[in-house]
Design a protein around this ligand. Structure first.
Ligand code: HH2
Length: 285
């Protein structure tokens, strides 16, 4: 199979500066990252945006609704979702990523593969989002360093272990990832940390990770939380993924109160509204 090549013109239309994320973070309000999965099997939006026209429409809609960043993924991170070959991941991204890069907000590429990240950065992506925190593909840290772009380091585990202190495990994982990043030459100001809600955690541990988010501030790095539509919500208040908006918003508001700087969500309009009202009430004291 031939790999889809990045469109050079689109790549140029995106000013790829690490400062773009820093500028957003300096706004002093929570940053909203809209999720776009160009996959057949993502747990909540799988199959909805496989057609590039639908994907680009959805990206436009999320920007109009107030997304500051977009996170595009072409491989579901669902457990047992099945690994997607590199060529297939790029084939799914090929018609979509360069067009979305041209829409004007920074785009992050949700991939754990160095080759896909390098391709996406050449096509204009501005951030790498690795759900294995630079610990899965040994080349990924080098690609991030070479392009001098921000990277989201997310905590993950092969399997949940209900017996462990999940926050201690997250901290140890972050320390290992930060060592890998430092050795590769990734600047510390280009790193965002994410406790990985729903990844290698029991539902109770996902709740704990949000409740104890303030402890992760000790790294002195911006925190991202993505609780959107995740299964832990169902265990508290049973509902299928497309009916977990209330739980997602509750989790995200508490995450922001606990120190999250970036919220990753499928439901941009509702999340932006909830964050704005929370901020307005906060400043009306
Ligand atoms: N969650 C998912 C995927 N990528 N990246 C970060 N940094 N943080 C997250 O919490 C996170 C993530 C899972 O959500 P989704 O993309 O909707 O599902 P799928 O992986 O099935 O495509």
């Amino acid at each position: 199979m031939t790999l889809v090549r990045p469109v050079a013109g689109s790549a140029r239309s995106e000013k790829k500066s690490p400062d773009r994320l820093a500028r957003l973070l300096a706004l002093g309000r929570p940053i909203v990252m809209g999720v776009l999965n160009v996959t057949p099997d993502s747990f909540s939006d799988g199959g909805r945006f496989l057609d590039p026209v639908d994907a680009i429409d959805q990206a436009r809609r999320m920007i109009a609704e107030g997304a500051d960043l977009l996170d595009i993924g072409a491989e579901s991170t669902r457990p047992y979702g099945g690994a997607v070959p590199i060529a297939e991941e790029m084939r799914r991204l090929g018609p979509v990523l360069p067009a979305i890069v041209g829409l004007g907000v920074p785009v992050s590429i949700d991939t754990m593969k160095a080759e896909v990240a390098a391709w996406a950065l050449a096509a204009g992506a501005a951030i790498v989002n690795d759900v294995w925190g630079l610990q899965r593909d040994g080349e990924l840290a080098r690609v991030v360093a070479q392009h001098a772009v921000p990277v989201i380091i997310m905590h993950n585990r092969e399997a949940a272990d209900p017996a462990i202190d999940i926050v201690a495990d997250i901290c140890a994982f972050f320390s290992r990832s930060l060592d890998i990043a430092a050795r590769a030459g990734i600047a510390r100001q280009n790193i965002v940390l994410d406790p990985g809600i729903g990844f290698g955690k029991t539902p109770e541990q996902s709740l704990t990770a949000i409740a104890r988010l303030p402890e992760l501030k000790s790294f002195g790095l911006p925190l991202l939380v993505g609780a959107s539509r995740k299964r832990f919500i169902d265990t508290v208040s049973p509902a299928p993924p497309d009916q977990r908006l209330g739980g997602s918003i509750a989790a995200h508001l508490l995450a922001v109160a606990g120190g999250a700087a970036i919220i990753r969500t499928h439901d941009v309009a509702e999340t932006v509204q909830a964050l704005r009202v929370t901020a307005a009430i906060g400043s009306a004291r």
